[in-house]
Design a protein around this ligand. Structure first.
Ligand code: HEM
Length: 674
């Protein structure tokens, strides 16, 4: 019996003398892992319930002499901390919601409200937080100008991979990081540049503002008289008063770093609670038109700002970005339904399990499925299986049987700033501006413009659009991974009711500077790649044409932004990024794997590990194709490789012929008397 005591419970701390006390059947097996320099005495009353494989205790009373402040919840300004180590950790079969205690030695690693990890030192103009300058001391080139000159729209589509590959990348992103204080979808509350594109009066003096200025030759915005695009700086350890005044500001991420489906379950107790049904282990859903949808966001006027009525669907999930675009919402709904599907099956197999056990077991299986899909199906497409990058760098072990015990408690699972703010954002290049609606016989029945539906998921519930868009994901090619970006995201991003909107590429460039990322040249050095000493030296990875433009824009090679230089590199054969971004992506996904004690292939601890047969069932049965088949009602046929376009080697197949995860292996045999 292991005491399962979450920090949320710890937060309900009472006062009194802290003494740990556990009672109930099985309490004699209780084990408490106490951390920190001084052993802490805790007071807990718990009830052991050693049933089958499920071992847990519920604590009803917790006492601390100094109750800890709560861990952060999403973007709630009321909980702006810089991450807090829980006062103690207990060994649990299940991950905590906020990721705390995944690492026993450093319990706050990977938790929300902690800084991004870094490969390179901070590069601020004043060494503390000011936006960086060129090495000459003059301003860096205008981000919008760079976007216009180096990332124009040209519709070159991928010959192999489909839109699902693009869209799933955003799901992985939202599982791993979220810049503090920035909505990434609906309107910011801080106005550095107003809705009419005019600079706010305090734009120059407000330290949270870094508006993107419109260059005079901007063919889209200059003729409109637009001066700027809004840009709010990321919340940091400095803006939150967590570091000494002269220490560099460390940008903060507000979701768990772990690949733990925090976008489905939330990153804090306060996010997790309102989306649970508290019955049958299920997540909360509402039924409309015979289908299950996420519950309604009570804050619809903010979250889904262009909704015409408060009754329009606007979804509440574990992540604040869910409604940002239609295809993202499609996959969030698929993931929500998958949790409930697993919970329902477990409930029929184990009638004695209570809501909490069903919820946690379904969550645990679900996370394992997604980790398997991410590492064995998705990442090899982008990081390169074929020339063995993934295998060589020990990110995957194809064909392995049994556990892979590579957990390393010394590896920090935090999301690298170079990953979240540069390398993984490169895949914004894959976005298509117009989405195809596809029927079950795979014919084209309509097209949707993405900028018409940012932050407005209403369409999903009209005219079978959810099912048609889900099929569209697998039937439509993604854009090619290159320097060409769809104008829907460089001219029309979040346009709301205006004719034009923001520019995601210019925003990415500005965000890289906001976070003080090291330059392109310095990052190549950190990756152990050849270091360019001149623009000419960049020809090893970047075309002559692009190097010439870089030279005409930047004053010196070391000024070239990582976001810009990395995105211009030729793709490494078999991968979808150049050598510098590939170095960062590989490092990140290595850390995400070996820094996660709960990684599904890890079998060191029998309390947290799947049984060998359960692990094989996940490996055999979890797939993107199956996920869509099981959770999109009218999808009865699917290609087995659902990130790949339909082709003679990847034909449409009845869903019933696709492998599935055999959940009967989770039947609690002892209790069921079998
Ligand atoms: C239609 C699809 C997408 C839209 C509209 C979109 C939009 C955005 C926006 C608005 C931001 C925040 C910009 C800022 O203020 O700094 C962002 C951040 C980001 N995006 Fe996307 N994105 C999309 C798809 C993707 C995809 C496919 C990937 C990767 C495969 C991706 C990776 C990222 C990453 C890594 C971040 C930073 C996350 C963080 O740490 O906060 N996005 N995206």
């Amino acid at each position: 019996l292991f005491l399962n005591l979450h920090s949320s419970l710890a937060q309900s701390a009472l006062t009194g003398s802290p003494v740990l006390h556990i009672t109930g059947p099985g309490a004699e097996f209780a084990k408490v892992v106490t951390l920190g320099p001084t052993p802490q005495r805790l007071s807990v009353t718990g009830f052991g319930r050693p049933e089958g494989d499920i071992r847990e205790a519920q604590a009803s009373t917790v006492s601390f002499s100094n109750p800890p402040p709560p861990l952060g919840s999403g973007q709630d300004p009321a909980t702006q901390t810089c991450g807090l180590a829980p006062p103690f950790c207990t060994k649990s079969r299940y991950r905590s919601i906020d990721g705390s205690c995944n690492n026993f030695l450093r319990p706050s690693w990977g938790t929300p409200q902690t800084p991004y990890g870094r490969l390179l030192p901070y590069n601020y103009a004043d060494g503390i937080s000011a936006m960086p300058l060129s090495s000459s001391g003059r301003s860096l080139p205008n981000p919008r100008d760079i976007s216009l000159r180096l990332f124009p729209d040209r519709q070159l589509v991928d010959p192999i991979w489909n839109l699902n590959a693009q869209q799933w990348g955003q799901i992985i992103t939202h599982d791993m990081s979220l810049t503090a204080g920035v909505t990434q979808s609906h309107k910011e509350s801080i106005i550095c540049c107003d809705d009419n594109g005019q600079l706010a009066v305090d734009a120059k003096t407000n330290p949270t503002c870094a508006p993107i200025l419109i260059p005079p030759n901007d063919p889209v915005h200059a003729p409109q008289g637009t001066q700027c695009m809004n840009f709010v700086r990321t919340g940091t350890t400095r803006s939150r008063g967590c570091t000494p005044p002269n220490a560099p500001a460390e940008p903060i991420s507000t979701v768990t770093a772990y690949m733990d489906l925090s976008l489905v379950y939330g990153s804090s107790a306060s996010q997790a609670a309102p989306i649970r049904a508290y019955s049958g282990g299920r997540l909360l859903t509402v039924v409309r038109g015979g289908q299950e949808w996420p519950p309604q966001d009570p804050n619809i006027t903010v979250t889904c700002e262009t909704a015409l009525s408060p009754n329009e669907p606007c979804y509440l999930t574990g992540d604040i970005r869910t409604n940002q675009n239609l295809q993202l919402a499609v996959l969030q709904i698929v993931l929500l339904r998958e949790h409930n599907r697993i919970a329902d099956v477990l409930a029929t197999l184990n009638r004695h399990w209570d809501d909490e056990t069903l919820y946690q077991e379904a969550r645990r299986i679900h996370i394992a499925e997604i980790q398997h899909i991410n590492y064995y199906e998705y990442l090899p497409i982008f990081l390169g299986f074929f020339f063995e990058n993934m295998v060589k760098n020990k990110l995957i072990y194809p064909g392995v049987h049994g556990y892979v015990n590579d957990y390393n408690p010394n590896v920090d699972p935090s999301i690298l700033d170079e990953h979240a703010t540069a390398a993984f954002r490169h895949f914004h290049t894959l976005i298509r501006g117009f989405l195809k609606l596809i029927t079950e016989n795979r014919s084209h029945t309509g097209t949707v413009r993405i900028s018409d539906w940012f932050n407005r998921p209403l369409l999903l519930e009209l005219h079978n659009s959810f099912d048609n868009l889900a099929r569209g994901l697998t039937a439509q090619p993604q854009d090619f991974s290159d320097q060409f970006w769809d104008s829907e995201i460089t001219q029309f991003l979040f346009k709301r009711n205006n004719t034009f909107g923001g520019d995601l590429r210019a925003t990415d460039i500005q965000r890289g500077r906001d976070h003080g990322l090291g330059g392109y040249v310095a990052t190549r050095a950190a990756c152990g790649l050849p270091v360019p000493h001149s623009f000419h030296d960049m020809l090893d990875y970047i075309s002559q044409e692009n190097v010439e433009v870089l030279q005409s824009i930047y004053e010196a090679p070391q000024d070239v932004d990582l976001v810009v230089g990395g995105s211009l590199e030729r793709n490494v054969p078999g991968a979808q990024a150049g050598p510098t971004f590939l170095c960062i992506l590989t490092e990140q996904f290595y850390r995400t794997r070996v820094g996660d004690r709960y990684f599904y292939e890890n079998g060191v601890d029998p309390v947290t590990a799947f049984t060998p047969s359960q692990l094989e069932a996940i490996r055999r049965g979890a797939s993107m194709a199956r996920l869509l088949c099981d959770n999109v009602d009218s999808v009865q046929i699917m290609q087995p490789k659902a990130f790949q376009q339909i082709n003679p080697e990847n034909k449409l197949t009845p869903c019933t012929n696709l492998p599935f995860v055999d959940l009967t292996l989770w039947q609690d045999a002892r209790r069921n008397g079998k």
